[in-house]
Design a protein around this ligand. Structure first.
Ligand code: L34
Length: 295
């Protein structure tokens, strides 16, 4: 079997068109313009590339958007102060602090400081807790994007055996939680594997839906995948550069091998990445509506 390619770029485009319409309506009917600030501390090349894409997309959709670049040696309390300013800025509905942060800054403290109502990443402990009990405010962007990819590609999630590889706070744990919920687009049986899992393949081979966020290039090979599985590759690894200096990307899944076994698979690039950015836009529109009492 050769897998159907689930194009995140195309699904993302479809959702962006819907959002663009909604943003125009909000402007016309309520004079409401969603506002997003993305804060980048330092100049990590991958982070620069992601934040640039977030800014570009928010402009395309007609947001009020602001890129706030800060030096890598910025003090933690300066960053806390900056967040406070945006917490009380009525034009800003969403605040995103791009991760990872430099080592001298305590990530937990920073995520705690963002007003949960403006936490469009869904990383604040209040929002994490709300997701866990099935009353989500904002779904974290990468997992929300994965769920949308599954739904919009017609993948049956209800009752499916979902295996997640990776237990990070930004992908593994929240996607497991989302697909476990008693609601539409979820109701799956979820198993989470990680670096201490014994006989990983015995789990991954069971999966109807295999979600890989291992952070390791080509960690999942064809022999670990069940015939006909739907495979979602969350990894974005920079494995080299072209002669022109462009980054060469690969996922956490051995795409060439696995596509012969899976029934559907997401590519890297053009899979989950563009969805992450689009879900941030969706959350920001929601934040604006909540702030205006429209939602
Ligand atoms: N606060 N930090 C915060 N929120 C997030 O949601 C993120 N994440 C992760 C890293 N740090 C974060 C992102 O935005 C990962 N991530 C992300 C966003 C976009 C893309 C990949 C990861 C993406 O667009 N990837 C493209 C390739 C882009 C490239 O050339 O690098 C793709 O097609 O996969």
């Amino acid at each position: 079997m050769t897998a159907k390619i689930i194009s995140g770029s195309e699904v993302a485009k479809e959702i962006r068109e819907e959002l663009k319409q909604e943003v125009a309506d909000l402007k016309e009917r309520h004079n409401l313009v969603p506002g997003l600030v993305t804060i980048l501390v330092g100049e990590d090349p991958a982070s620069v590339s992601y934040v640039t894409a977030k800014q570009r997309t928010s402009h395309e959709l007609g947001f009020y958007s602001k890129q706030d670049n800060q030096p890598a040696d910025m003090a933690e309390d300066e960053l806390l102060k900056l967040i406070d300013q945006y917490n009380s800025d009525p034009k800003i509905h969403g605040i995103l602090v791009q991760l990872p942060l430099p080592k001298h800054i305590d990530e937990g403290k920073i995520l705690y400081a963002i007003d949960p109502r403006k936490d469009v990443d869904g990383f604040h402990p209040v929002n994490v807790g709300k997701l866990m009990i099935g009353e989500p405010n904002y779904l974290p962007c990468t997992p929300a994007g994965i769920q949308q990819l599954l739904i919009r590609s017609g993948t049956k999630i209800e009752g499916a055996d979902v295996v997640v590889v990776g237990r990070s706070n930004i992908v593994g744990k929240p996607i497991a939680n989302i697909l476990l919920q008693k609601r539409e687009g979820a109701n799956a049986t979820v198993t989470v594997c990680h670096t201490r899992t014994r006989e990983m393949a015995s789990y991954t081979k069971r999966a109807d839906i295999l979600i890989v966020a291992a952070g390791k290039p080509k960690a999942i090979t064809a022999d670990m995948v069940r015939e006909g599985a739907v495979v979602i590759d969350v990894g974005v690894n920079r494995i080299g550069k072209t002669p022109e200096g462009k980054a060469i990307l690969c996922g956490d899944v051995d795409f060439e091998g696995v596509k012969e076994k899976a029934s559907a698979i997401t590519p890297v690039p053009g899979g989950v990445g563009p969805m992450t950015i689009t879900m941030l836009m969706m959350n920001t529109v929601k934040a604006a509506k909540l702030a205006a009492g429209i939602a």
